[in-house]
Design a protein around this ligand. Sequence first.
Ligand code: ZN
Length: 348
Amino acid sequence: MTITRGYAATAAKAPLTPTTFERRAPREDDVSIDIKFCGVCHSDIHQARDEWGGAAFPMVPGHEVAGIVSAVGSKVTKFKVGDHVGVGCFVDSCTQCATRNVDLEQYMPGLVQTYNGVEGDGVTPTMGGYSEHMVVKEGYVLSIPDNLPLDAAAPLLCAGITLYSPLHHWKAGPGKKVAIIGMGGLGHMGVKLAHAMGADVTVLSQSLSKQEDGMRFGAAHYYATSDAATFDKLQGEFDLIINTVGANIDWNAYINLLKVDGTMVLIGVPEKPVPVMAHVLIGGRRTLAGSMIGSIKETQEMLDFCGKHDIVADIELIKIQDINDAYDRVIKSDVRYRFVIDIASLAA
Ligand code: ZN
């Protein structure tokens, strides 16, 4: 057992405060990680404030973990002390399930979330990356390429894979026109990744305030969705649209921007049901789909791709003492483009 410092939510309405808790001693198949940085995901806020229900407190959030291996169990073969590693949204899954064999463990009922979950023993609550130390089964640890800075690489573990997986699955690449709705923490990764895959990328954002950044990230086109002319001009334009926003948008107007056989993928979670007129789908053999993070295999593939193309998130590095302010700013979309906690600040 190791006593670990971190920051925890103690109740849905409480700010995050310093805490200490125990991490297990590494077992033979475990990797022990000194956490250096942890990204701040909007879903951390939903869970810490129990907005999705079922929150268990105290809760140490954080599933965009980047760190350095400090010890390995006797049967670990893929990692050694000093390696740069990451941990994403889950730390275990049901290995009995046949789905495991096709690398879709993120969709399995036995998935163990990195925090606000329960370990395979059925009793120990999982605690996330807003902490200085973590012990994770080898099979759920990712290798971060050495050329990527660990702080800006941390958001790849959730924001990065959340965009990479649908872009890859629906074959974004040369000759494909891809639109990204929203240019926040998720959207800006989508622009970078789709561009690197060779697609022609368009950002659909409420205003043009982030246009310069969008073009720098690799977008070829940038439109304001507050301008009704955008929806006339772009009708039938895209092979693939990825919706990263949780707002309740005019779904039919967006689906109308798809070509015949085009697909719109939801990764943001709107509060209300999605009202879609059947004819906008039928009239173009279009698909409305959803996607959630990615498998361990695909996450490693994404990290290797990012290493090859030098892709990381654009981040604002914060001290952990500023986490509650950061949460308020994430809710206001006042971050360019992802907050990352410098875990060294825990020692201050
Ligand atoms: Zn996340």
